[in-house]
Ligand binder design. Structure first.
Ligand SMILES: Nc1ncnc2c1ncn2[C@@H]1O[C@H](COP(=O)(O)OP(=O)(O)O)[C@@H](O)[C@H]1O
Ligand SMILES: [Mg+2]
Length: 337
């Protein structure tokens, strides 16, 4: 089986994943997976019995294109009418986000439950696990600050106090950050080392929390990439400029390694959560911030503890070969209990 076609086999994937649902009984992963077929939206069924690959009655012939967020395949539909054989060709669009996301089943990643194609709308809907506390922080354009989500902050603080983990001698926000960002590091570790996926858009807006056991839920796989191998090199820049690593801004001819870029964005997110602004911040805008991140050393605020300062310096290391790996991040002093 060709590797690319193997990826399409969502039905097998579903069987392997043994999803647990706690949202609503009527939401479940059916045998049907929706794919958009040139304007005509259909419930689809992957046929694993035949040698040729089918999505419903559409036979996949070959890949014909690849965009930033999808790939497109040439498919044909064969049918019989009044004793005559007919064949129609279509282009079938497979969305990157759905394809990559559906492969992940992890407690710290938002789950996809179902894809819905409503009859009266020209949309494809994705039913997701709800992270009821919302995103970690939101950018306030007037104040030029990230405003932390108060419900998350208070919930984590109460939890730390109730479980007697809270240490009154240490800075409060760092203890909250430690609780949240350890889970973020775990989710990135899972993506990198167990799924061969990179996220490429890690930032405060895409990090959510659920009140159930205060679980972090990483979301937004729009620009994520799967099948990352040791030798994989990337050449394009994706994600949010102020969170992306310096090596993605001006890409060398050899390209750049995928995984260290997520570690950089992890560092920017942690810094921004504690400090309220991204490192290398410039009011002149994204371009100026990118230049700063390539040319200036990160300024560590005096309020940062020695452990946090050390971690930030090692993840915001400009040379990706010297930057910590996500495994090293997890084992850093800052995350020690
Ligand atoms: N599963 C979810 N639970 C709670 N809030 C969510 C969920 N998914 C998305 N959101 C909210 O919607 C915002 C946008 O969703 P996202 O998937 O990041 O879309 P985009 O690709 O447009 O950034 C998130 O930043 C978050 O605030
Ligand atoms: Mg987003």
């Amino acid at each position: 089986m060709e590797r690319e076609e193997e990826k399409l086999n969502l039905q097998d994937m579903r069987l392997n994943q043994n999803r647990e649902l706690d949202l609503g009984k009527n939401l479940y992963w059916t045998d049907e997976v929706k794919i958009k077929i040139q304007g005509v939206r259909l419930m689809t069924q992957f046929n694993t019995q035949k040698e040729d690959k089918y999505v419903n009655e559409f036979k996949i012939l070959k890949s014909i294109g690849k965009g930033a967020y999808s790939k497109v395949k040439l498919v044909i539909r064969q049918y019989e009418e009044n004793g005559n054989q007919y064949e129609e060709s279509y282009a079938m669009k497979v969305y990157n986000e759905i394809e990559v996301w559906a492969k992940i089943n992890y407690e710290n990643v938002v789950k996809i439950y179902e894809l819905i194609d409503a009859d009266d709308h020209d949309y494809l809907y994705i039913i997701l696990e709800l992270a009821d506390l919302g995103q970690l922080a939101s950018w306030d354009f007037k104040q030029e600050l990230y405003i932390r989500n108060q419900a998350i902050y208070e919930s984590v603080l109460n939890h730390l106090k109730e479980t007697q983990v809270f240490d009154a001698s240490k800075r409060e926000v760092e203890q909250i950050a430690k609780f949240i960002f350890r889970q973020l590091a775990q989710s990135i570790y899972h993506l990198h080392e167990e799924c061969s996926i990179i996220h490429r858009d890690i930032k405060l807006d895409n990090i959510l929390l659920s009140s159930k056991d205060l679980k972090l839920k990483l979301t937004d796989f729009t620009v994520a990439r799967s099948d990352i191998a040791d030798e994989t090199r990337l050449f394009d820049s994706e994600g949010t400029p102020s969170f992306t690593a310096p090596e993605c801004h001006i890409v060398s001819q050899e390209g750049y390694r995928p995984k260290p870029t997520d570690v950089w964005s992890f560092g920017v997110s942690l810094y921004a959560y504690v400090q309220g602004i991204v490192p290398f911040y410039a009011s002149g805008g994204e371009l100026e911030m990118q230049i700063n991140s390539r040319t200036k050393e990160v300024e560590i605020p005096e309020t940062f503890s020695p452990e946090l300062s050390d971690l930030i310096l090692k993840v915001l290391e400009k040379n990706p070969m010297q930057r910590l790996t996500i495994f090293e991040v997890l084992n850093h002093e800052f995350f020690k209990l």
